[in-house]
Design a protein around this ligand. Structure first.
Ligand code: BES
Ligand code: MN
Ligand code: ZN
Length: 487
């Protein structure tokens, strides 16, 4: 099938800034009497990232419209921008009422073009406003036709669809209000995944948590009337003696700050303080569906952080499941507390490699903004693997250093550690607090506080609202750990 034969509502045509017409477009262009090259040469479309231009046709080819869309300049291109270009192209197509879209392959602009095109396009089908009644602004995408991507790509297409849909599932969970997506609702999602893919599932409630000494998680939960859940999904498909990957997600279903209560402005966005949990669960579902030959755990520490009458107080000292004592300076630094116990839980169940995902600090926004996840790690080799997964996923992560000098900032007068008041390097120190609970195992901490939800309307080339950050990265990480030396 070629662009001149296909019968679609629109043929989407990639335009790279400063590059003239893409080679794969040239045959179509000559059939159309040079229409596309004229638009580009007259700068009616400059190929800027997210620049979109619908063009009417009058029967020269079976398709009804062209949809020119920009990829920006090649030097700025990466997997994340490539996905967002397609995300927005599909949203525009749906706005114009095109349900059947054919997309022409651009010259190689990123390593894995097809994955980026399909994942981005699937992500472009997600709607933040699905809970609004009344008229829909956009049609559904019915069919995406890939032109020029080569034959026998079925397997790659299905894999990319899976990752796009998993990302959207994570976004939808982030988007759900705190009164709906409670800790028990997260647990129910985990049970559903376990049933569908025959995984081991264990859900701990308050009594079991007390028995296991998970006092940091219980301390955060103390101010809320809804009970906490410590969720573990486990697939045992790896070789004897192989690694066990634990993916640990922060699942604060609403973060009011607790007694150290937050200001009202934007507090409603704290319904998404479970974005780490969302990524971990969505990724686990793909890992299980693909039957990746690896032992993998998804662990979620789920609770609200509320200022009820039995809430923990600043100044309280709590003994963690690991035995370390923690002085609570600020009840709003709750993510590191629940993660500490969740990591201990992972180690008790045999984790050899740990990755935690958490909307941990506002300081992550200060460090990198919404353009990327901030990371810290105690292990260069494991970090390299995570960095490779990030690259393949088009899911940016940037490592910050752990300098020994920061260690003193974590010290408490009364306990082994304090949970805040570090004064500087907030995203790093938050990670270093968590590091105190990994027992030296290879570990990466991903602070997705900024990357999982773009609330900055001025930052237009990063997806708005919930992004599902970390979801695709985790699936690629599991693949890499299962097949460290692909043939
Ligand atoms: N959930 C927040 C972090 C956050 C902020 C996520 C903005 C998404 C957007 C976290 O629990 C928190 O409150 N962190 C505090 C830590 C501080 C008290 C040490 C912060 O960053 O201000
Ligand atoms: Mn908080
Ligand atoms: Zn939080």
């Amino acid at each position: 099938m070629t662009a001149t034969q296909v019968q679609a509502d629109a043929i989407a045509i990639p335009v790279v800034a400063g590059r003239g017409l893409q080679e794969p477009v040239q045959q179509l262009d000559s059939t159309l009497g040079g229409m596309v090259s004229e638009i580009v040469s007259r700068n009616e479309h400059r190929g800027r990232l997210l620049e979109i231009l619908p063009v009417h046709l009058s029967g020269q080819i079976p398709s009804r419209r062209l949809l020119l869309y920009g990829l920006g300049s090649l030097r700025d291109m990466d997997g994340q921008r490539m996905r967002y270009a397609h995300h927005e192209m599909i949203r525009a197509a749906r706005t114009y009422g095109y349900g059947k879209v054919a997309v022409l392959k651009a010259e190689p602009v990123v390593e894995e073009n097809l994955a980026a095109v399909v994942e981005g396009s699937v992500m472009g089908t997600w709607e933040q406003r699905s809970r609004q009644s009344g008229q829909r602004d956009r049609v559904e995408l019915e069919e995406l036709i890939l032109l020029g991507f080569g034959l026998d790509r079925e397997h790659d297409v299905v894999a990319a669809e899976q990752l796009g849909e998993a990302t959207n599932r994570a976004r939808e969970w982030q988007n759900l209000p705190g009164n709906v997506l409670t800790p028990e609702a997260l647990a129910e999602e985990a049970r559903r995944i376990a049933r569908r893919h025959e995984l081991e599932v264990e859900i701990l409630g308050p009594e079991e948590l007390r028995a296991g000494g998970y006092n940091l998680l219980l301390g955060v939960a103390a101010g809320s009337n809804v009970p906490p859940r410590l969720i573990r999904l486990h697939q045992k498909r790896g070789p004897e003696g192989g690694p066990t990957l634990a993916m640990v997600g922060k699942g604060i279903t609403f973060d009011s700050g607790g007694i150290s209560i937050k200001v009202a402005k934007n507090m409603h966005l704290m319904k998404a303080d479970m974005a780490g949990a969302a990524a971990v669960l969505a990724a686990m579902e793909v890992i299980a569906a693909r039957r990746i030959p690896l032992d993998v755990m998804a662990i979620v520490a789920a609770t609200e952080n509320m200022p009820g009458g039995s809430a923990q107080r600043p100044g309280d000292v709590i003994t963690a499941a690991s035995g370390k004592t923690v002085e609570i300076i600020n009840t709003d630094a709750e993510g590191r507390l629940v993660l500490a116990d969740a990591l201990t839980h992972a180690l008790r169940h045999g984790a050899s490699h740990l990755i935690d995902l958490a909307t941990l600090t506002g300081a992550a926004t200060v460090a990198l903004g919404h353009a990327a996840t901030t990371a810290v790690s105690n292990n260069d080799a494991f970090w390299e693997m995570v960095a490779a997964a990030s690259q393949r996923a088009g899911d940016r992560a940037w490592r910050l250093p752990i300098y020994a000098d920061y260690r003193v900032l974590l010290q408490s007068k009364y306990a082994d550690l304090r949970n805040s008041d570090y004064g500087e390097a907030g995203s790093i120190c938050g990670g270093m607090f968590i590091q105190e609970f990994v027992e030296g195992k290879p570990w990466v901490h991903l602070d997705i506080a900024a990357s999982s939800w773009n609330s900055n309307g001025d930052l237009t080339t990063i997806p708005r609202g919930p992004t599902g950050a970390g979801t695709r990265l985790l699936v690629h990480l599991a693949e890499l750990l299962a097949h460290p030396n692909p043939a």
